[in-house]
Design a protein around this ligand. Structure first.
Ligand code: ATP
Ligand code: MG
Length: 137
């Protein structure tokens, strides 16, 4: 079964939305098989978002992702990568379909409440970036 890496971002943790967002995962049959709360430093966030290094929004993205604690989790399910991306909605909440997590909870393009891996390759890298094999159940 496919695994994907999910982050509940600082804006959502700050607004007490962890439970509401976890409910969306479980309602969609995306099983939480690993989870932890962490507060990333700049090095950790830069490494996570290495694909965006050099882009104009990179510094602000890293600043936001290090601004407070996040929940990081591994979600498992049939076609979990694409199904979770659909559940999140488009990156900019103004473009996100009704009923998606970003449409319902995100504040802005930057403060968009959740992250999800965008391919099998990124999912493998991102899961391993946060979790050891024996932390995934
Ligand atoms: P994520 O990787 O966080 O799941 P995503 O895959 O939908 O989001 P990416 O293109 O990977 O979007 O961008 C990573 C994050 O960088 C976005 O979630 C958003 O917060 C921020 N971002 C992307 N594009 C812009 C932009 N043009 N201006 C400001 N912030 C941006
Ligand atoms: Mg992305």
């Amino acid at each position: 079964i496919e695994k994907t890496l999910s982050i509940v971002k600082p804006d959502a943790v700050d607004r007490n939305l962890i439970g509401a967002i976890y409910q969306r995962f479980e309602n969609a049959d995306l099983k939480i098989v690993a989870a932890k709360m962490i507060h990333m430093n700049a090095e950790k966030a830069q490494g996570f978002y290495a694909e965006h290094e050099g882009k104009p929004f990179f510094a602000d993205l890293v600043e936001f992702m290090t601004s407070g604690p996040v929940m990081v989790q591994v979600l498992e399910g049939e076609s979990s990568i694409t199904r979770y991306r659909e559940l999140m909605g488009k990156t900019n909440p103004e473009d996100a379909a009704c009923g998606t997590i970003r449409s319902d909870f995100a504040l802005s393009l930057r403060h968009n409440s959740v992250h999800g891996s965008d391919s099998p390759e990124s999912a493998a890298r991102e899961v391993a970036y946060f979790f050891a094999d024996d932390e995934i159940f």
